[in-house]
Design a protein around this ligand. Structure first.
Ligand code: HIF
Length: 279
């Protein structure tokens, strides 16, 4: 239709906003011979989440809009240790496509990484603007503390507006990546396939045997092999009856996990973003 043709034409003088080209550029960055398990995917997912997870529904502050993690104090918050790797990785994409905001780029990178690692299609749309200074950084300690349990997980994700089912679905993202002693103090991956998005995290949580790791580091759990780990906040999902119900569901039904995860992660990345009201 004429409308369709007009919509696909760039405005005079404005660059065409080719988000598929940005997606491709991000995909091309994912493989990493000498980094972790061979992919920057997991740390990009963590960047998208930490940019978004500062949201406070009551005050409307925090969230992915603004990309305030570019500045101190937010860039220095302990929870964000290691995320400079992800932010730096995306700089060449920002330079090649300067019309995309950092806030849109970081969240899009999270979605692209999940999809490229075999996960579901994450609903994503542009519309985030970058704030001009670090004056708008959210306060520290909005992100969850891995040493705590179910009550804390409910407080933090409840503050963002999630229910129990969405919380459990979200935490399934810990199927990806690993903990680094020089970032969080914790050590190791949750699964043996940390660069593949699947429901394996829930299967490990339920079916593996977890015991306290004996070491100088913070309390974490390990399996018999000593290779896999769980944080106290992960164990909370099986120790809390209302959470466990969904762990059982997602361990059995990967399709249900993918569907719920995609919706919840998409929602997470849109918290506090002032999209124009639908006409
Ligand atoms: Fe994580 N998370 N997260 N997380 N996280 C870590 C790593 C990753 C929590 C703590 C940690 C979510 C929720 C919670 C990812 C994605 C998500 C680490 C290790 C800690 C300590 C950091 C390091 O040392 O490098 C806690 C307490 C959460 C609430 C329960 C989200 C749902 C699971 C929202 C989410 O999407 C990813 C991916 C990583 C791996 C990063 C990497 O560099 O490999």
């Amino acid at each position: 239709s004429l409308q369709g043709i007009q919509a696909s034409m760039p405005q005079l003088g404005e660059p065409k906003k080719d988000y598929d080209a940005v997606r491709k550029a991000i995909e091309n960055l994912l493989d990493a011979e000498d980094y972790d398990d061979g992919s920057f995917g997991p740390v990009l997912v963590r960047l998208a989440w930490h940019a978004s997870g500062t949201y406070d529904a009551a005050s409307g502050t925090g969230g992915s809009n603004g990309a305030t993690m570019r500045w101190a104090p937010e860039s220095e918050h302990a929870a964000n240790a290691g995320l400079a790797v992800a932010r730096k990785l995306l700089e060449p994409v920002k330079a090649a496509y300067p019309w995309i905001s950092y806030a849109d780029l970081w969240t899009l990178a999270g979605a692209v990484a999940i999809e490229a690692m075999g996960g579901p299609t994450i609903p994503w749309r542009p519309g985030r603007a970058d704030k001009a200074s670090g004056n708008d950084c959210p306060p520290d300690n909005r992100l969850p503390d891995a040493a705590q349990g179910a009550g804390h997980v409910r407080d933090v994700f409840g503050r963002m507006g999630f229910d129990d089912r969405e919380m459990v679905a979200l935490v399934g993202a810990h199927t990806l990546g690993r903990c680094h002693t020089d970032r969080s103090g914790y050590s190791g991956p949750w699964t043996n396939a940390p660069t593949t998005f699947s429901n394996l995290y829930f299967q490990e949580l339920l079916n593996n045997k977890w015991r306290k790791k004996r070491w100088d580091g913070p309390l974490q759990y390990e399996d018999k092999s000593g290779q896999l780990m769980m944080l106290p906040a992960d164990m909370a999902l099986v120790w809390d009856k209302k959470f466990k119900k969904y762990v059982d569901l997602y361990a059995k039904d990967e399709e249900a996990f993918f569907k719920d995860f995609a919706a919840a992660f998409g929602k997470l990345m849109e918290l506090g973003v002032p999209f124009p009201a639908a006409a």
